[in-house]
Design a protein around this ligand. Structure first.
Ligand code: NAP
Length: 295
C-alpha cells in the first residue's frame, strides 16, 4: 500500500478563506482581531514560530503585536505586561511563546492570561471546558488542528481505535480528551502511550489511527504500524544535515518513507500538522474578537 498524503496546506487554505469572511464581517462592525505574542529570550526555534505566527496574522488582516523581552526579564515584569495586554481592548488573543527561561514559572504565566484571551487554549478554564465537551472556550490549537484536518480529509474517527504516543499538556492529553468526546470528529476509543508504557509497539500496532507526539526523530517504524492505518505525525525535530542550507532538516517522529508504504494515509513533516496549528490559532483569535461583539 502507498499512503495518501494528508497535506495541511489544502485544509489550512480552506479555513483561511472562511476566516477572511469572518474578519471582513467584524471589520464592518469596526472590529479588527488583534493577537499579541510575547517572546522571552532568543531561542532560535521559538523565534521561527513567532515569525510564522506574525506572518500568518498579517496576511489575514489580523492586528499582530510581537513583544520580544530579554532572557533575564524578571517574572514580575512579564506578569505585569500580561495584565496590561489582558486589559487592552485592541488585543483579543494573547500568548506567551513557550518555553520561557528557567527563572519564570510557566504555570504562573498561563494562569495569568485571561481565559477570554487564551487563544492557545492552555488555561485550566479552557482545558476544563474542553474536557467536559463544552466548546465555548478555546481549544488547544495543535490537537484541534489535527481533529479538523482529519474531519476535512474524510477520516472517520467514530468507533475507531486511536492510539496516541505522548501525553504532554499541549498535544497528547488534549488530543485524547477531544477524540473521546461524543459527536462529530470524535467518538473514538482512545489509548495513550508514554515513556512508562510497557511494549509500546503492541499498542501502536492496534491503532486504526496513530497519532505521534513524542519529540523523538523517526521513532515510529514500519513494523510498529498496522496495514492501512492512518498516521498523524506531530513531531518537529531538527536533525543535523550538512547538505542542507541551514545545516539541519526537519523530521517528524515517524519514519515517513517506510511507514508510508504501509499506512493508508499519512501527514508529512513539514507541511502537515504544523500548518494546522497556526491556522487554528488564527481561528481562536477571530473567535475571541467575535466574543467581544456578543458581550
Ligand atoms: P513533550 O512535552 O516532550 O512530550 C513528549 C511525550 O512523549 C511525553 O509524554 C513522553 O512520555 C513521550 N515519550 C517520549 N519518548 C518516549 C519513548 N521513547 N517511548 C514512549 N513515550 C515517549 O513533547 P510535546 O510538546 O508533546 O511535543 C512532541 C513533538 O511534537 C515535538 O517534536 C514537538 O516539537 C512537536 N510539536 C509540534 C507541534 C506542531 O504544531 N506541529 C505542536 C506541538 C509540538 P513521558 O510523559 O512519560 O515523559
Amino acid at each position: 500500500m502507498t499512503a495518501r498524503l494528508i497535506e495541511g496546506n489544502a485544509v489550512a487554505e480552506a479555513i483561511r478563506n472562511e476566516l477572511r469572511k469572518r474578519i471582513s464581517d467584524l471589520s464592518a462592525e469596526g472590529i479588527r482581531p488583534g493577537l499579541a505574542v510575547i517572546m522571552v529570550g532568543d531561542d532560535p526555534g521559538s523565534a521561527v514560530y513567532v515569525r510564522m505566527k506574525e506572518k500568518e496574522s498579517t496576511e489575514l488582516g489580523i492586528l499582530s503585536r510581537t513583544i520580544k523581552l530579554p532572557a533575564d526579564t524578571p517574572e514580575s515584569k512579564l506578569l505585569e505586561l500580561i495584565d496590561e495586554l489582558n486589559a487592552d481592548p485592541k488585543i483579543h488573543g494573547l500568548l506567551v511563546q513557550m518555553p520561557v527561561p528557567k527563572h519564570i514559572d510557566p504555570e504562573k504565566v498561563i494562569m495569568r492570561i485571561s481565559p477570554e484571551k487564551d487563544v492557545d487554549g492552555f488555561h485550566p478554564v479552557n482545558v476544563g471546558k474542553m474536557l467536559i465537551g463544552d466548546r465555548t472556550g478555546f481549544l488547544s490549537c495543535t490537537p484541534h488542528g489535527i481533529q479538523v484536518m482529519m474531519e476535512r480529509s474524510g477520516i472517520e474517527t467514530a468507533g475507531r481505535h486511536v492510539v496516541i504516543c505522548g501525553r504532554s499538556n499541549i498535544v497528547g492529553k488534549p488530543m485524547a480528551a477531544l477524540l473521546m468526546q461524543k459527536g462529530k470528529g470524535a467518538d473514538a476509543t482512545v489509548t495513550v502511550c508514554h515513556s512508562k508504557t510497557k511494549d509500546m509497539p503492541s499498542f501502536t500496532r492496534q491503532a486504526d489511527i496513530l497519532i505521534v507526539a513524542m519529540g523523538s526523530p523517526q521513532f515510529i517504524k514500519e513494523d510498529m504500524v498496522k496495514d492501512g492505518a492512518v498516521v498523524i505525525d506531530v513531531g518537529m525535530n531538527r536533525v543535523p544535515d550538512a547538505a542542507a542550507k541551514k545545516g539541519y532538516r526537519l523530521v517528524g517522529d515517524v519514519d515517513f518513507e517506510a511507514v508510508s508504504r504501509k499506512a493508508s494515509a499519512i501527514t508529512p513533516v513539514p507541511g502537515g500538522v504544523g500548518l494546522m496549528t497556526r491556522v487554528l490559532l488564527m481561528e481562536n483569535t477571530v473567535k475571541a474578537a467575535e466574543k467581544t461583539k456578543k458581550r
